[in-house]
Design a protein around this ligand. Structure first.
Ligand SMILES: [Zn+2]
Ligand SMILES: [Zn+2]
Length: 334
């Protein structure tokens, strides 16, 4: 998945028969060692074996499954107010990084920022265990281009609810980053490194949380926390909830809600999803006009990410936020 290996010239997600010039030679099964290495270094991915390219690779997916199972640990580690505060704060900060930066900045370029701010939010985004910024943006651009057609790898209309929610990204084909979709991002070596070693940042966050919990247990035992508790709530529970909230936009926001704009896809506007995803639930708005930094088009359409970006703009951290053009509002049904 790096720029330097032949395997990196990856196939477009949801590839069709007419893309046959891009087919790589089928390879023998990757060795176990190679597969395990790909947990940490995505460039270790083997050549694509077409027979298995679109099936869930359970060995590669094991850390994702383990992350869910680890949440059961709350039964043993207990809970404390400080652990809940840390878990909630990490949810909020990371949701903002995903929606404001992975989505509205890296995928859609709806504003500009400095290279430093770009890197800081790429780093926070990488801690969400939703892979690197190039992978995320490449898949998302593909989604907009082919939304709810056979080429949309997470369309609930085409592939069903479960696949659109948790299946599609666990296949060998979709582990890959189609760099041809993100040339504007791939030119930054620091972003390519985050994409290649996409488990590094999450592992460091998990270790830091364990260390924080251990430290608090010794320095402030009255808080009632521990390394295991902080790790379980701050990392596992927070990350799993963050993940499922994010992917509701792929699954539920293409099924449930109102359609203000006549788009070719099934996108919907849904207040509840907008609340948990900080504005992404105004998904029909977004599919009609993805070029705006704002997704709640009316004043009452709560869009926390937009408010956060406005604040960052006032502080001079981002610039050129793109508003919703008048012609877009004029096309609205209500
Ligand atoms: Zn969509
Ligand atoms: Zn989008």
């Amino acid at each position: 998945m790096t720029l330097s290996t032949p395997a990196s010239t990856s196939l477009a997600p949801g590839r069709h028969a007419d893309d046959s010039d891009a087919v790589e030679p089928a390879a023998a099964d990757a060795s176990l060692g190679q597969k395990l290495r790909s947990w940490f270094d995505t460039s270790a991915s083997s050549a694509l074996d077409d027979a298995r390219a679109d099936r869930v690779d359970w060995l590669r997916a094991a850390p994702f499954v383990a992350m869910h199972l680890a949440c059961i640990g709350v039964l043993w580690v207990g809970v404390s107010p400080v652990a809940l505060i840390v878990a909630t704060t990490l949810y909020a900060v990371r949701m903002f990084a995903l929606t404001g930066f992975y989505h509205r900045y890296f995928s859609h370029r709806t504003f500009q920022t400095s290279r430093t701010v770009q890197f800081v939010f790429a780093l926070i985004g990488a801690s969400c265990v939703q892979r690197g910024p190039l992978w995320w943006a490449a898949h998302h651009r593909n989604h907009h281009r082919h939304a709810d057609t056979a080429r949309d790898v997470h369309s609930p209309r085409v592939h069903g609810f479960v696949w659109s929610h948790v299946g599609w990204f666990l296949t060998p084909r979709n582990f890959r980053t189609d760099l041809s979709r993100v040339p504007d991002l791939a030119k930054f070596p620091e972003l390519r490194i985050l994409d290649r070693f996409d488990t590094l940042v999450p592992v460091l966050l998990a270790l830091a949380l364990f260390g924080l919990g251990e430290l608090l247990q010794h320095l402030a035992p009255q808080l009632g926390t521990s390394g295991g508790q902080m790790l379980t709530w701050g990392f596992f529970v927070s990350t799993v909830v963050l993940f499922h909230a994010t992917v509701t936009i792929n699954s539920l926001a293409h099924r449930f809600g109102k359609r203000r704009f006549e788009t070719r896809d099934d996108s919907r506007n849904n207040l509840w999803l907008a609340l948990i995803t900080f504005g992404e639930g105004w998904h029909n708005n977004h599919h009609f006009f993805p070029g705006s930094s704002r997704q709640g088009f009316r004043w009452w359409e709560i869009d926390l990410t937009w408010y956060g970006l406005r604040l960052m703009s006032a502080l001079g951290l981002v610039r050129g936020l793109k508003p919703v053009p008048a012609w877009v509002l004029a096309r609205a049904r209500r």
